[in-house]
Design a protein. Structure first.
Length: 276
């Protein structure tokens, strides 16, 4: 695939190839460089990076994870393509992004976007390094959180729900998947698109009411299967509620351990919040 103009532009500013060279102070074997296909969405990517930093057990800069991040916000909309509302296929674009990250020295690639999981096979086929599944990591985190888990609710974009990626992953783990009805999904969609992606306030009580409704139907945990919802969860303190399993948190934890670094049990305090 020939990269689009916006894809090609950042190549002039590619990171130094020595980033994963042992001579640069980073062992590619013990601490591989992490490639991040970002921008899907932009704020969720920033939140992912924040989670990686604050979940890493570190006493100095050199204890942290080395990452190369491609904040590619103009990747075509994943949900619109899955639902047939757009002919622009984000799959080849993300595949090319993964190739670029591999060329820059990434030892594995992560995509902090659940809807993008629909295109994971296409992305993985484009590179020789592993592509970590956010859906797989979140499902594993849910099962670890509740041994014997029988039913889990999924809050996600319409595209993720329609693609069935969480339903299949949960069913493979012997867990029944519950999703919101049309009215509940509208609330979730509004929180994602009208709220976080638009930089506006989210109707948190309405969103929590959807989650409580699914818990009342038999769900034992609620998977926050959209990284925009992860942004909401961090701000609302939902990460401290054992009923919520956050996909961004699960991916960040996996990224840290796969990169050979030590993991904190809880996130370090946000220094920016300390002075508020």
């Amino acid at each position: 695939m020939s990269p689009s103009p916006d894809d090609a532009a950042p190549q002039d500013a590619a990171p130094d190839d020595t980033a994963s060279d042992p001579a640069s102070g980073t062992s590619a074997g013990e601490h591989p460089l992490v490639g991040v296909v970002g921008g899907v969405g932009p704020l969720a990517t920033v939140s992912f990076l924040d989670a990686v930093v604050r979940l890493t057990e570190a006493e100095r800069d050199q204890d942290h994870v080395d990452l190369v991040v491609l904040q590619h916000a103009t990747i075509p909309d994943r949900t619109a393509h899955i639902l047939g509302a757009s002919a622009e296929d984000p799959g080849p674009v993300m595949a090319e992004d993964a190739r670029r990250l591999e060329r820059w020295g990434a030892g594995f690639v992560v995509v902090p976007c659940n809807t993008a999981h629909h295109y994971t096979a296409q992305i993985a086929a484009a590179v020789d390094v592993p592509v970590v599944s956010i859906v797989g990591e979140t499902t594993a985190a849910a099962v670890a959180r509740r041994p014997g888990l029988r039913a889990a609710a999924v809050l996600a974009t319409e595209g993720t729900v329609a693609a069935g990626v969480y339903q299949r992953a949960l069913e493979a783990a012997g867990v029944r998947a519950l999703v919101p009805d049309a009215a509940g999904q509208a609330v979730v969609t509004s929180a994602i698109y009208d709220g976080v992606k638009a930089g506006a306030a989210v109707d948190l009580p309405a969103l929590l009411a959807v989650a409580e409704g699914l818990l009342a139907q038999g769900a034992e945990v609620v998977l926050l299967g959209c990284t925009e919802l992860s942004v909401v969860a961090e701000g609302a303190g939902l990460l401290d509620d054992p009923r919520f399993v956050d996909s961004l948190d699960a991916l960040a934890r996996s990224t840290i351990t796969r990169a050979g670094h030590r993991l904190r049990e809880r996130r370090a305090p946000d220094p920016a919040a300390a002075g508020r």
